[in-house]
Structure formats: C-alpha cells, structure tokens
Ligand binder design. Sequence first.
Ligand SMILES: [Fe+2]
Length: 376
Amino acid sequence: MATTTIPVQQTPQQDHMPVHGIDHVEFYVGNAAQAAHFFMRAYGFTETAYAGLETGRRDRVSHVLEQGRIRVVLTGTLTGGDEIATHHARHGDGVHKIALSVPDAAAAYENAVAHGARGVQTPHWVEDEHGRVQLSSIETYGDTLHLFVQREGYEGPFLPGFAARGRAPADPDDLLLMAIDHIVGNVELGHMDEWVGYYERVFGMTEMIHFSDEAISTEYSALMSKVVTDGSGRLKFPINEPAEGKRKSQIEEYIDFYRGAGAQHIAMATRDIVRCVAQLRERGVEFLTIPDEYYDDVPERVGEIEEQVEDLRRLGILVDRDDEGYLLQIFTKPIGDRPTVFFEIIERHGARGFGEGNFKALFEAIEREQDRRGNL
Ligand SMILES: [Fe+2]
C-alpha cells in the first residue's frame, strides 16, 4: 500500500500564520467578459462586483463571481503590455492569485517573509467609502501568488474600488457549488518536496497524505502527490510532480502547456453531486469520460453508499472510500484552450482523502479496455 495518511495535528492558537480560509481565487484571462459569462451560464455563479472603466479603473477589468462561499475573480487587461498580458501570453487563462483571508495582512506578510517566502506587495491599506482593507502578497509556485486580505469591518461588495453588481446570491438550497475543498498545484519534476517544505515553513502546515508513483502510476498518468493542510482542514493544498512512466505524465503535459508550475485544479464541494452534475451537464459543462466498466466493481469496492450506482454511471461520477467514509468526485475537461487548469466537483461523506483509489481504478479500467482491444 503506497498511500500514507498522517494524522492531522490541530493548529494551536498561537500559530504564527493564522488564516481564516480562502478569500478568493483570481484568474488572469484573455477575455474577462466572456469568461464571466461562462462561469455564470455553465457553473451557476452570480456576478456580485465589478471594476473597470465604468468604475474609474483604466488599466484592467475584473468580474467578481460568487456561489456559496466560493469567490472567483476574472481579470483581463485593458491596455496590454502589463503583467496581466505577460501572464496571459505565457500561461493562457490561469490562476494568478490564491487569496487568503487573514486577521492581519501585515503580520502574515512579515511572518511569511521571515520564514523564507519571497514578498511581492508589502502590506498596504486600500480604502473607499465602504471602509478599508489591508493587502499584501507573496510568491508561491510558478508565477502564482498568495494575496493576504484583511477585510475585517469592510462593508463593500468585494475590495475598495469595486462596484456591486448583479442580484443577491441565490437561495442556498438552489446552489450547485458550496465551497472550495482544495486547490492543487503542479510543480516541476523534483520540486514537490521543496514546495511541501515551503507550506510547512511559511504557513506551519503539516503533510496530511502522500501518494507515491506506485499508487498512482499507470501507462498514462504517473504522478507523485503530497497534501499539506492547516490544522482546521480549511486549507488543503495538494502538490503534484510528474513521475516517470512509459507515456508522458499528465503533470508534465500541464507544465509544458502552462509553461511552468501553476494551479492545476480547483475542487469545489457540493451537497448533492448527482443533481449538481446533471445540471452542469445540461448547462454544457464537459467532464472526463469514464468507461462503463469502472462501475462494475463499485459495490464491492466501496460498499454501501446513499447514491444509486446507476446515477453515478449515467453521469460519470467517481466514488472512493477510505477509513473514515466515502467521497464522490468528477473532473471537468480543461476550462480554457490549453490542457491546463480544470475543475473537480466533490461531495464528501466523511472521507478526508482525495480519491486516490479512483486514479488507480479509473486508469486500470481504461487499460483493461485497451487490453481487450489488444492495444496495451
Ligand atoms: Fe482534487
């Protein structure tokens, strides 16, 4: 058994890097207006705030989209030749900032830098008629940043300079997606431990699980993964690196097309994955195709579950069990032009893992089919 689960320690109150959770994820995209339409129409987000020419911002446009506790910001350049244009030219549409809500953005910055993080924006206050917010930022893998956001008492729709937009968030019962479960980073071969060490040092996180290449290696998709988490479980950051396989690792493909390390997928939690995926499919979201055979041994592999296996089979939802329960998950196709960033939809029933049993089962199922065709 090549998967190891390490008990998560509770973070003590005096933790040097207290973080409330993920504040938002900002994508730099080639066309923020069209990306916003896609997030709303395909994934059911609501636009809640906006900044651009109409609000007095001359260089960039940002659409803020929310669903449940998930907040996504889509930003495009208005002028070209700036950091957004440079990021987009190199990476395509991708995650530029994983913003973390903190009680003190100055202390977070100073602690991070003292523990080896490279600072980008020193702590500074921004304000408008709704109040003020303190921001600072540090580098993480690739060209990705962690932005620290201290927004206590701020009453505007997002950050100073943003105008409210759109209708009030939908009734929670109607929401398809509730919260960000985890955000995965892909890093270059040989760099996984370095980034695990970064999260341990800078954020005081602990390694929760690691998957060796033995656990998730097939002809197609060899990778190594370690997961770091804070004590509360609010932050879970798996870090992948490619592993040697007979074919090109999916992580290597990402790094080739993203032209470096970056955020690979954002997993969003739902309370009813069967209803959620049925609606997303109706709205045109495309998911990875699961061979029918994958479902044949689901009852014996995962035991009793609340859902009908027929529904899972019809919708292509994967299921995995660990010591604490089970989880259901499904992966979208890449959301942009390049085979880089994608989404995962996940529903947990006690399980704290990441579906590692599925990688093996899924890829083995594919390979069995291939074998039958004499193509393995
Ligand atoms: Fe995931």
